[in-house]
Design a binder for this molecule. Structure first.
Ligand code: DP6
Length: 317
């Protein structure tokens, strides 16, 4: 059977960093995210082929990336036949967003359907989580909470939509500082943090408070409250990265200049707030009416700035 699906990337407003179970990819903390509209991954899975193929953006892949895709299909069915996977991202590397969330969400959706299995969206989110944690949030549009869950089998650790994309008229601005591949992967970074940072326990212990504040702020459409919690969660996550051995430092001088610009804009009464992920690019949340002005100010520090809207659910086509 052949099935195709589309999923969008998401950006965490309250961050996921750290794992309570590496094998099942269970997070040490819950997180909250916003799914984005303009960019997506489109994936076709053909269940039954002469050999395993993985074609990404028109190029046959044979490296570790392909291996990750094939072992992910093994999770759908350990006795699967050879499969063909054709995946395209409509966003350039220079979009400044990681593609693993949309990639594994689309693969989980198309792969489950192609295998003939009838899984619920929660079950597909659980599956996507095992490809890449943040992917479990990309099954839904709008605002999504990923509950860390308590169970050791991970069946209560998946995305839950808390508000749809039309709930709140905001924009997420991505300031691209560098489109180079990250120096250290999130997976590796998280393990190193848990093993060596003295700040890690404090991060885990205080994360739920940020999720609760963030969820309330989203439901009340209170940008200042969400922004404060988002920056706090971001900087706390970074404090664990900075204090690992050896230190993980994704920031570049431009990233700091952009954060300062965001603070300057706030002083001039524009509510805008930053977050960052495992790389030097800065994402800024603001009201739609302010987006052009924020993008223009940020544009003084980098030439690539995208203004993104909230996106919808992942879908089978
Ligand atoms: C900093 O989902 O890429 O972007 O589960 O190891 O694949 P793995 O990690 P991944 O980590 C994302 C980390 C982050 C914060 C976030 O998206 O919540």
């Amino acid at each position: 059977m052949k099935k195709e699906a589309i999923a969008h990337p998401n950006i965490a407003v309250i961050k996921y960093w750290g794992k309570r179970d590496v094998r099942l990819n269970l997070p040490a903390v819950s997180s909250l995210s916003l799914t984005l509209s303009q960019f997506h991954t489109h994936t076709i899975v053909e269940w039954g082929s002469l050999r395993d193929h993985f074609v990404l953006n028109n190029e046959e892949m044979q490296d570790k990336q392909a291996q990750k895709v094939f072992s992910f299909l093994d999770r759908i069915d350990p006795n699967r036949p050879y499969c063909k996977v054709i995946s395209d991202n409509n966003f350039p590397t220079a979009a400044g967003l990681a593609s693993s969330a949309s990639a594994f969400a689309a693969l989980a959706l198309a792969g489950s359907a192609a295998s003939g299995q009838n899984r619920s969206l929660d079950e597909i989110s659980i599956l996507a989580r095992q490809g890449s944690g943040s992917a479990c949030r990309s099954l839904w549009g709008g605002w999504v909470e990923w509950k860390k869950g308590e169970r050791s089998d991970g069946l209560d650790s998946h995305g839950v939509q808390i508000a749809t994309k039309s709930h709140w008229d905001l924009r997420l601005i991505v300031a691209v500082v560098s489109d180079k591949k990250k120096l250290i992967s999130s997976t590796k970074g998280m393990l190193q943090t848990a093993n060596t940072s003295p700040m890690y326990d404090a991060w885990v212990q205080t994360a739920q408070e940020d999720v609760n504040t963030g969820r309330r702020a989203i439901l009340n459409k209170d940008l200042d409250a969400l922004g404060e919690a988002m920056e706090h969660s971001t900087l706390k996550m970074y404090s664990t990265m900075f204090t690992t051995k050896p230190a993980i430092r994704y920031w570049k001088p431009q990233s700091i200049a952009i954060m300062q610009e965001v603070e300057r804009l706030r002083k001039s009464e524009i509510s805008c707030w930053f977050t960052m992920d495992a790389g030097p690019n800065v994402k800024i949340l603001c009201h739609t009416k302010d987006a052009e002005q924020v993008a223009e100010s940020i544009g003084k520090h980098t030439s690539i700035v995208h203004i993104l809207e909230a996106g919808g659910d992942a879908v089978i086509l």
